[in-house]
Design a protein around this ligand. Structure first.
Ligand SMILES: NC(=O)c1ccc[n+]([C@@H]2O[C@H](COP(=O)([O-])OP(=O)(O)OC[C@H]3O[C@@H](n4cnc5c(N)ncnc54)[C@H](O)[C@@H]3O)[C@@H](O)[C@H]2O)c1
Length: 293
């Protein structure tokens, strides 16, 4: 079997954001191995031998617009991977970088996506429970312009208090809401997201600091370990653990997959779901755990 043919990315035009580091860098390495023509975007310089790199700050509408003007006219796969951690005071920037700017970029490029193209986002296990904010997310998604969306954020400060979580939940809501939208489905454009668990990347330091109530890196690291790893005696993922499945989902291997939010977390969030469902059936967590021993 010809593996490159299986992926169907050889000679295809691919745009990937966040490619200077972490998961998107790992994905870009694989895309290059598969023979894709890679257009890579990041706020930082990109070291990989891509066809073209674009150094842009995707928290700024003007720079996103510049990028849109410079990107190719025909695109086969779009991977939106850039992201930042949340700190007190940067709640709105987190919404733009981690969600709204990605939505805006996708929709501005939609006409240039070929039929059967793919759009694949990196959300997060932090977006778990996105169903609870779905109606708010749809209200935001339905804002007609960038300025109206910014106003929506300004007038809903309570919604964006959970900054990182809300942005990632909006991304998952977007995938669910748009997969059958005529603008996507009429041309069979697939839209999916992956939800990584704890992964050692360029963001790890910031995540540790932002998780600790006092900004203490060590304390935050311990808290992250307790939330994401302790229950299954687990270990953090590598960028490749996320970047490679991301490429698979955006490739022809997953040609019939759309509207999916795939958790890549060794089952952690499925276990959270299991515990919650059993709890709803009046079982205590202690009962459930003792039954599982
Ligand atoms: N690392 C984790 O544990 C983890 C877990 C779940 C989800 N994620 C998500 O994975 C995605 C990839 O992050 P990563 O963990 O590989 O981190 P990373 O820092 O290694 O990569 C993120 C990239 O985004 C770029 N970026 C940040 N702000 C930007 C901006 N304004 N304009 C353009 N580029 C910008 C950075 O320069 C960086 O190269 C992010 O969306 C992140 O939220 C990470």
């Amino acid at each position: 079997m010809d593996i490159k043919k299986l992926f169907g990315l050889e000679g295809k035009t691919v745009v990937i954001t966040g490619a200077a580091s972490g998961m998107a860098k790992a994905a870009t390495e694989l895309l290059l191995q598969l023979g894709a023509k890679v257009h890579a975007v990041d706020i930082n310089p990109i070291s990989l031998p891509v066809l073209k790199s674009y150094q842009k700050d995707l928290s700024k509408k003007e720079e996103i617009d510049d990028l849109i003007n410079e990107l190719p006219n025909k695109i086969d796969a779009l991977f939106l991977c850039h992201g930042i951690a949340a700190f007190p005071g940067n709640e709105q920037k987190v919404q733009i970088v981690n969600f709204y700017g990605q939505k805006y970029l996708t929709e501005c490029l939609l006409e240039r996506l070929n039929d059967h193209a793919s759009v694949t986002f990196i959300s997060s296990v932090g977006g778990f429970g996105w169903q609870t904010i779905y109606k708010d997310a749809v209200e935001l998604i339905e804002q007609k312009t960038w300025d109206e969306a910014m106003k929506w954020y300004e007038t809903h400060p309570d919604k964006i208090q959970s900054a990182y979580v809300f942005a990632k939940q909006c991304l998952l809501s977007y995938v669910t809401y748009k997969c059958m939208d005529p603008s996507f489905i009429n041309r069979k454009i697939r839209i999916n997201a992956i939800n990584p668990g704890d992964t050692i990347t360029g963001l790890t330091k910031d995540f540790n600091k932002s998780t600790s109530p006092t900004g203490n890196e060590e304390e935050g690291a311990k808290m992250i370990e307790n939330i994401f790893l302790k229950s299954w005696n687990g270990y953090p993922a590598t960028p490749e653990d996320m970047g490679y499945p991301l490429v698979v989902i955006g490739s022809d291997i997953c040609s019939y997959m759309s509207g999916q939010c795939i958790y890549i977390d060794y089952g952690l969030t499925s276990n959270w779901t299991s515990l919650a469902l059993l709890k709803e059936q009046d079982k205590t967590i202690e009962q459930i755990s003792s039954e599982k021993m």
